[in-house]
Write a protein of this length. Structure first.
Length: 181
């Protein structure tokens, strides 16, 4: 193998993939929500295409600790595995950027954007605490690509940006998998 090639190996841990989306300022988590992936595109390890909002204090604790250690400011996410045996979440990665679910905070009762705006402008943020646990969300365009006849496209909340029609049209027209015959 050439010297510039690297191999990374990690132990496989049976369980569900899960994440936390958050906003933070100077190492303090301002607002967050956790979710598990119900479907992936591509399966089995691609990005989530359907998520379910969950209440998982252990997962939030991992995210809070990572934010604190990194003294992080901004939007971000952590990915983890929730082991089948019920043990503590296993941290996988820290995404120091907005993730594919950042914009969903307001929908699930955890307005990441408003929390950061309030912190930056020294205004109080009212934590609503009306989280929508077990809310299922079909992520656009991943779930439509995964299965254009998916039951989640009928039963779950959709994050299609119809209010930004040009954005939605651009995604649809530039995604070959969405050109259904």
């Amino acid at each position: 193998m050439p010297d510039e090639c690297q191999t990374v190996a990690q132990e496989f841990i049976p369980g569900r993939s899960a994440s936390v989306s958050f906003s933070a300022l100077k190492g303090q988590m301002l607002e967050a929500f956790s979710y598990s992936a119900l479907q992936h595109q591509p399966a089995p390890f691609g990005p989530a295409s359907v998520i379910e909002v969950i209440d998982h204090p252990g997962l939030l604790k991992v995210a809070e600790r990572m934010v604190e250690l990194a003294e992080y400011s901004g939007f971000g996410g952590i990915d983890a595995i929730l082991p089948e045996d019920g043990s503590e979440p296993v941290f996988l990665e820290f995404n120091a950027r907005p993730t594919q679910t950042t914009h969903l905070g307001k929908v699930v009762g955890a307005d990441l954007c408003q929390a950061l705006v309030c912190a930056l402008s020294s205004q109080p943020y009212e934590d609503r605490r009306d989280r929508r646990e077990q809310m299922r969300i079909a992520l656009f365009p991943n779930e439509l690509i995964r299965d254009h006849k998916s039951r989640y496209l009928i039963q779950a909340h959709h994050d299609v940006p119809w209010n930004e029609r040009r954005v939605a049209d651009a995604i649809i027209s530039s995604t070959p998998e969405l050109h259904l015959a």
